[in-house]
Design a protein around this ligand. Structure first.
Ligand code: SF4
Ligand code: SF4
Ligand code: SF4
Length: 403
């Protein structure tokens, strides 16, 4: 019997290998239970993780990247998301004290000329979004809803919620800007630059379609195929640091990969901007507990209490009255990007242990950063000093915000 399946007409992020499909209907059931959006696919990729035969896969771009890596006419730059990093560490069975350095070494061995951290882009998102929140707080124009997840943004537009969504660019768009525009002030890219983002997410492939700054998004799964096809001997790969200028992220930028991370980072920076002192709030593992899909909190901002909500999946979002909150983080994937549709299949959303392990590993990566808050980042300070001017200013609005 043929069960109803999800359909992907002209989908730039996901494809189905028809000969592998057994018409079991699991993809449709997954979509209904997580997003409940009927035929309006938001490209979260959760159905990919649930497909029992591997018939659903991301649209692949990795062969194109392999071709570029073999062509000496190009400079290849890649920026890696923290959520992709924690998956790779497990999939490649990396046991070093600092697995991130080993993954950077693998990317260099593959032939990437420069390797950066998307979490620096996330630090920039934090500063701009916190500035926007403080400004909206003063005008009582709330709630402000986060803008990092393109699947959620698509849902917001289709459901009349886009007026609440922050105009601040997402971390990969920030990173794309930094690499194509800011870095060229310091580095002479004498060959044509190909700017690649390594993400746990399939939806980001659509997000960059109109971008002048980003050329390709590849998923964590695609990178594993690249490593496999390149026959790299992992034992002989050296540990490497991220390259300078946009390679050192704060803990705040790194925790974007788990549900609650964006919210915590923006709350802390907004508190600092408003009160000129740091907030006593730890990013502890309970605070960012990945198991719960919806968590509310209150923060004393001095002259008023800020009510926040972090929520993942559209079905969970539908249960809440957004007007009860001042600041809301929304992620389409259950538990956030660590459970994104571009992650390896062992990262299935049905495997809660795997999700919690990755959230835990992400906290370890965040704790290894020497700097805690985005407003303490020397890299971000320099971006404002040498390029943007002041957070939320005219230049920032033009370069770091959508619209
Ligand atoms: S879950 Fe996979 S195998 Fe089952 S109907 Fe969907 S695409 Fe086909
Ligand atoms: S990608 Fe997400 S929204 Fe689209 S069909 Fe799959 S589960 Fe549903
Ligand atoms: S939660 Fe993260 S991985 Fe999932 S769709 Fe949104 S941005 Fe992509």
């Amino acid at each position: 019997m043929k069960n109803e399946r999800v359909e992907f007409l002209d989908n730039p992020c996901i494809q189905r290998i028809e000969e592998k499909c057994i018409h079991c209907g699991v993809c449709k059931k997954t979509c209904d239970s997580i997003q409940g959006i009927g035929p309006n696919c938001i490209k979260c990729g959760q159905c990919i993780l649930s497909c029992p035969t591997g018939a659903l896969v991301p649209k692949y771009d990795y062969q194109t990247i392999l071709n570029y890596l073999n062509d000496t006419d190009y400079t290849l730059v890649i920026s890696m998301a923290p959520a992709a990093r924690v998956s790779l560490t497990k999939e490649l069975n990396i046991k070093n004290d600092n697995p991130t350095k080993k993954v950077v070494g693998i990317l260099k061995r593959l032939g990437f000329d420069y390797v950066y951290d998307v979490a620096v882009g996330a630090d920039l998102t934090t500063i701009e979004e916190a500035t926007e929140f403080v400004e909206r707080l003063e005008r009582n124009n709330l709630p402000l809803m986060t803008s990092c997840c393109p699947s959620w943004k698509k849902y917001a537009i289709e459901n009349g919620l886009d007026k609440y969504v922050s105009s601040t660019k997402s971390p990969i768009k920030m990173q794309g800007y930094l690499i194509k525009n800011y870095l060229s002030k310091f580095i002479n890219f004498d060959k044509k630059l190909i700017n690649v983002m390594l993400m746990p997410c399939v939806s980001k492939k659509e997000e960059i379609i109109d971008s002048d700054d980003i050329d390709y998004v590849i998923t964590t799964r695609e990178l594993l195929y690249m490593i496999n096809e390149s026959k790299i001997d992992l034992e002989t790969v050296c540990e490497c640091e991220f390259d300078d200028l946009v390679g050192k992220a704060t803990s705040s930028g790194i925790i974007y990969g788990t549900s609650g991370g964006v919210l915590s980072s923006v709350v802390r920076s907004a508190y600092y901007l408003k009160n000129h002192k740091e907030m006593i709030l730890n990013y502890d593992r309970n605070n960012l507990n990945n198991e719960q899909l919806s968590v509310e909190n209150e923060y004393d901002f001095g002259d008023r209490v800020i009510k926040t909500l972090r929520v993942s999946t559209m079905n969970e979002l539908k249960k809440v009255d957004i007007h009860n909150y001042d600041l809301i983080e929304v992620m389409a994937c259950p538990g956030g990007c660590i459970n994104g549709g571009g992650q390896p299949l062992s990262a299935s959303g049905s495997n809660m242990d795997d999700r919690l392990r990755k959230a835990n590993d992400l906290m370890d990566v965040a704790n290894s950063s020497k700097v805690f808050d985005s407003f303490r980042s020397e890299e971000i300070d320099n971006v404002y000093k040498y390029d943007i001017g002041i957070p939320g200013g005219k230049n920032a609005q033009k370069k770091l915000h959508d619209n």
